[in-house]
Design a protein around this ligand. Structure first.
Ligand code: ADP
Length: 828
């Protein structure tokens, strides 16, 4: 560590150790209470006190400590009074007075008021002085603060003495003297002694006066009260002057002047000069008078001692008159008069200031009130404005709410409108659709009505026709049956008539078959049974039927031509041969019906996609174009003009077309009137192997094929039984006839051997179904064949359910019956 660093370290240590002391010192100097304490110390010069008090006031400007502020004002008042600046002193004392009133500090208030009274007395404003002192006295008496009480009484005594009310003055001074004595206040006591001396002096009791003055001098000297000592010397001088002891007077005046000058009390100095000037006039030492008067003029105004100034002018006037200078004397007299006037004016102006102050106070009060009122008005206005604002706020909220609600409503309305427009559009569309539908429906209904009417017409025509179609063959059958009763008929006639009956019966059966087919188709019960079939063979079979001389519509001038486009091997296909045959028979029947001469051609061709197209072509009457669609409607028959009526119920083409549709194909026609018609029948097929259609061996009639077999024929109708008997004659079968279901059951129960039952279903009492059930319950293995005129599938199913194994339809075809029986006995 070098020397410099060591020095720095020491410096910092010293500084850091000194810092707390310095800061402590600073804190003390900035503490108002401490400063006030320092300022209140005895022996402080007024100027110092003023400086310290102002420092305190500056420190307290931002702190709320009114008691300290009041003390500072008090000190300012006191120091200004010491400097004989009484008006300033009064101002500071009054400030402290206001604070003491606020603080309710009565003792301090009494002190302040005493000081104010004293100051007013010093500037000769006795009324105010008395006013303040009386108030102060009241307070101090109540508080029993003797020191203040004594001081006030002393001051009052001075005023009464100066206003020449000496008794009063002595009274107050004596009271003060007692109190000062009581509390041991030597300064106050000696001061009061002096004042008593003055009072005595004023009333011409000079010796008493000098006694009191001398007493005072002793104590004042004792306590070093220079000012009052000077004042007492002044008073003693005045006494000596009054008793014309001028040299003594000058001696005391001079001593007073010395002391006043010592303590720089200009007020006293001025008075001393006046006194000295006055007494020097009396001893005609004008040089001295002039000196003193010059000094007075310099200082009197400064100390506001206007009385002294006024007195000095009076002395100057006297002086000038004494030195033979009347003009100057007059001039001084004038100044004296002006000063008197000025003092008076000052009193007036003070009065005015008081009034002005009062007025100012009132004005301030009024202003305060006005301000208060304004504030209240403002507050009311503010309240009102707040209310107005609130009102507007509410109005705004209501308005905004209404606006939002209106917008919401408008929006809703717009949506509603939009919806209404949409609904209207939809309604319009619906309307258009409805109108279209209505138009369509109307058309449909009109068509339906027309069709219904047509249908009704057709039905009526059909009924009339069917009646005709049924009655005609029935007429033939019944008529010729009757004729056959005649035994005298030749065998030839008999055969001819039987042939008629047979043909008419077939015609009748054809009509019934047609009606049943239509019913089945319309009930959706037409079953399709596809089996292998040889088309060429089928055409050969049809050729046999139509070339048979017994064929119903056989005509000599019309030939049937069969056209086979495929070889027998290739013409094997899988179709429903029964329905195909039914359609083709229908078409060929019609061709024969409407062709009087020429040729009918039946043929087929294999088309694409495994379809077969049959055609039936004739050279007949043809069909007008406007009839081409209608001929496929059920019950529709058309008889062309100039054409003979033909047989038929108007069902053939309708059934054929529907069958073609059921088979997955179609039936249509091309025709030229008077030239002929060409019917096409197209259906799909499945290719199949060649099969022999003659596999089912039908026993030839009239051969003893089933010898020893017993068949129970259950038939309530005797003719039907006889018909069966006739068919089965020569079959070798032994027939047992049961006329009811009950009989059948009974026979089956007996020991008689029954091999087969041919059961009629529609029996009175016990039905064929019931009888079958009971028979099957007795003889489980006995075969039952149902025979019924009911061709519907429902009936067939019921029979099979009851236990029947086979089912044949009335009128019974002999081939049908033989083949069915043969199936029953197969394997036997
Ligand atoms: P129907 O033969 O019982 O009158 P269809 O349904 O078989 O009933 O025939 C309906 C109608 O079609 C006949 O009345 C006839 O006018 C007409 N028609 C049918 N086939 C032919 C044909 N090959 N030539 C001329 N007209 C025919």
């Amino acid at each position: 560590m070098n020397k410099f660093t060591y020095f720095l370290l020491l410096f910092f240590i010293s500084v850091s150790s000194l810092t707390p002391l310095l800061s402590q010192n600073r804190i003390d100097r900035e503490d108002p209470a401490t400063i006030l304490k320092i300022a209140s110390e005895d022996g402080r010069k007024p100027e110092q006190v003023i400086q310290l008090s102002n420092q305190v006031l500056a420190l307290l400007s931002k702190v709320d400590k009114p008691d300290l502020v009041a003390k500072a004002y008090q000190l300012l008042g006191k120091s200004n009074r010491d400097l004989n600046q009484f008006s300033t002193a009064i101002d500071f004392y009054k400030r402290s007075e206001q604070i003491f009133i606020q603080l309710k500090d009565s003792a301090s208030l009494a002190g302040a008021m005493n000081n104010i009274g004293n100051c007013y007395q010093m500037i000769s404003e006795y009324d105010r002085a008395i006013e303040y002192l009386q108030k102060a006295l009241k307070i101090s008496e109540n508080l029993r603060i003797k020191k203040i009480n004594a001081s006030i009484l002393n001051n009052l005594g001075i005023i009464y003495q100066q206003t020449k009310q000496y008794d009063q003055s002595l009274n107050y001074h004596n009271q003060a003297l007692l109190l000062f004595n009581e509390i041991g206040d030597k300064k106050g006591y000696s001061s009061t002694q002096n004042n008593i001396g003055l009072a005595y002096s004023s009333i011409g009791k000079y010796q008493e006066a000098l006694v009191w003055f001398n007493k005072a001098i002793i104590i004042k000297n004792e306590i070093n009260d220079t000012l009052n000592l000077a004042n007492t010397y002044e008073s003693i001088g005045q006494v000596h002057e009054k008793i014309d002891n001028f040299s003594k007077a000058i001696e005391y005046y001079s001593e007073a002047l010395r002391l006043h000058q010592l303590i720089k009390n200009n007020y006293g100095v001025v008075e001393d000069y006046i006194s000295l000037a006055s007494v020097n006039i009396k001893i005609k030492n004008y040089q001295k008078v002039y000196e003193y008067l010059s000094e007075i003029e310099k200082k009197a105004e400064h100390v506001e001692n206007y009385i002294a100034l006024k007195d000095s002018y009076k002395v100057l006037s006297d002086y000038n008159l004494a030195i033979g200078n009347p003009y100057q004397s007059r001039a001084m007299m004038l100044k004296y008069a002006l000063m008197v006037e000025r003092i008076f004016s000052k009193q007036v102006s003070d009065k005015l200031s008081e009034l002005t102050a009062k007025h100012e106070t009132e004005k301030k009060e009024y202003q305060n009130k006005f301000l208060q009122a304004n504030l209240e008005i403002e507050s009311v206005r503010f309240q009102r404005s707040k209310e107005v604002q609130f009102f507007f706020f509410i109005i705004c909220i209501v308005f905004i709410s209404l606006l939002i609600y209106t917008i919401f409503l408008l929006r809703k309305l717009r949506i509603k409108n939009y919806q209404v427009v949409q609904i209207n559009k939809e309604l319009n569309n619906l309307n258009v659709e409805l109108e279209a539908n209505t138009a369509r429906k109307t058309k449909e209904l009109t068509d339906a009505l027309r069709k219904t009417e047509e249908s009704d017409k057709l039905k009526s025509e059909f009924l009339a026709n069917i009646s005709h179609e049924v009655r005609t063959p029935m007429n033939g059958i019944l008529g010729f049956a009757k004729v056959l009763e005649n035994n005298e008929l030749s065998a030839e006639d008999r055969r001819l008539y039987l042939d008629v009956i047979n043909r008419q019966g077939r015609s009748l059966l054809q009509i019934i078959n047609d009606i049943i087919s239509l019913s089945k188709i319309e009930a959706g019960q037409m079953e399709i049974k596809n089996t292998a079939c040889n088309i060429n063979k089928k055409l050969d079979d049809l050729s046999l039927i139509f070339n048979n001389p017994t064929y119903l519509y056989k005509k000599d001038g019309v030939a049937l031509k069969i056209v086979k486009t495929q070889s027998n091997e290739k013409s094997n296909i899988v179709i429903d041969p029964v329905r195909v045959e039914q359609i083709l028979i229908n078409l060929i029947d019609n061709a024969y019906k409407f062709t009087s001469e020429g040729e009918i051609e039946l043929g087929y061709s294999f088309e694409k996609h495994n379809t077969i197209k049959f055609y039936v072509k004739d050279t007949g009457v043809g069909i007008p174009e406007d009839q081409l669609d209608k001929i496929f409607n059920r019950f529709y028959r058309h008889i062309q003009p100039n054409q003979p009526s033909h047989r038929g119920a108007g069902l053939g083409l309708s059934i054929s077309k529907r069958l073609a549709n059921i088979l997955g194909g179609d039936l249509y026609v091309e025709s030229i009137p008077n030239k002929g018609s060409l019917f096409y029948f197209v259906i799909p097929f499945t290719p199949a192997e060649l099969i022999d259609n003659n596999t089912t061996s039908i026993p030839k009639k009239n051969t003893n094929y089933w010898p020893n077999k017993v068949v129970l024929v259950v038939e309530d109708d005797q003719i039907s039984f006889q018909f069966i008997q006739a068919i089965l004659k020569g079959s070798g079968l032994r027939l047992i006839h049961a006329k009811s279901g009950e009989d059948a059951v009974t026979i089956c129960q007996s020991d008689e051997v029954i091999d087969l039952v041919l059961m009629d279903i529609q029996l009175p009492f016990m039905s064929g179904h019931e009888a079958t059930k009971q028979i099957k319950s007795i003889r489980k293995n006995l075969t039952v064949i149902a025979q019924t005129a009911n061709v519907l599938d429902e009936e067939k199913n019921l029979s099979l359910e009851a236990g029947c194994k086979y089912y044949i339809i009335k009128p019974i075809e002999s081939d049908d019956l033989y083949s069915t029986i043969s199936k029953c006995f197969e394997g036997d």
